[in-house]
Design a protein around this ligand. Structure first.
Ligand SMILES: C[S@@+](CC[C@H](N)C(=O)[O-])C[C@H]1O[C@@H](n2cnc3c(N)ncnc32)[C@H](O)[C@@H]1O
Length: 204
């Protein structure tokens, strides 16, 4: 795998992420939907799994075999405590080469931390890593910028974003079909409303 970034932003953010991220209802509902599509024991790759909450825990509790990848040792330590039972790997989500094949890939609010070129390459790599039901579930924020510097919970990082139609387009270009998108306003941090995009797709 690629060498993980030194001092990733989420090493600074750590536990504050779970405490400050207010509205997770749609993310939880999307993961629940995925669970209904997969037989127990299916392999699911959670890209940028963060602290393991809520998603990796939902999948482990549902009897799925979860591989969680994150570049932040601090977030992975939280995940191992809060959502034990998954196989957590410290690494860069842009390199899926050593992880094997999966029935589904999810990336909730993690691809947005990459450049647009890397998002598109990672979607192609995710497509190539899929077997069986071949399901993809991602969430992003709505916008139109590439590697835009932001300060998130006191940590400097960058965010990339697409308008809804462009997001659907790049997912289709990566080899996915049945692309559906749900756009909603959510309170990401107390008092900060953002437009979030949840996308489901399959690959044939
Ligand atoms: C906004 S958090 C989302 C965490 C989790 N998916 C969730 O829904 O709570 C983004 C996560 O992606 C991880 N991340 C960002 N860029 C990454 C990269 N290039 N490789 C691996 N992990 C990365 C961060 O460390 C962080 O844990």
């Amino acid at each position: 795998m690629r060498v993980a970034t030194q001092n990733p932003a989420f090493d600074l953010i750590g536990k504050r992420y779970d405490e400050s991220f207010v509205e997770r209802d749609t993310q939880i509902a999307e993961a629940d939907w995925l669970i209904t599509q997969l037989p127990p024991g299916s392999r699911v790759l959670d890209l940028g799994c963060g602290s393991g909450l809520p998603t990796a825990k939902q999948f482990v509790d549902a009897g799925l075999a979860v591989v969680g990848v994150d570049e932040s040792p601090v977030m992975l330590e939280l995940a191992a405590t809060q959502a034990p039972g998954a196989d957590y790997r410290l690494g860069d989500l842009r390199d899926l080469s050593t992880l094997g094949e999966f029935d589904a890939v999810v990336a909730f609010f993690s691809l947005l931390m990459l450049s647009k070129a890397d998002i598109e390459a990672t979607l192609r790599a995710a497509r190539a890593a899929l077997r069986g039901p071949k399901l993809l579930l991602i969430s992003m924020v709505q916008g139109d910028f590439d590697t835009f510097p932001v300060n998130f919970l006191g940590a400097p990082t960058t965010v990339s974003a697409y308008p809804p139609d462009q997001l659907k387009h790049i997912v289709a270009e990566a080899g996915f079909t049945n692309v559906t998108l749900n756009e909603l306003e959510a309170e990401a941090e107390p008092g900060r409303i953002e437009v979030q995009l949840y996308l489901r797709a399959t690959a044939t």
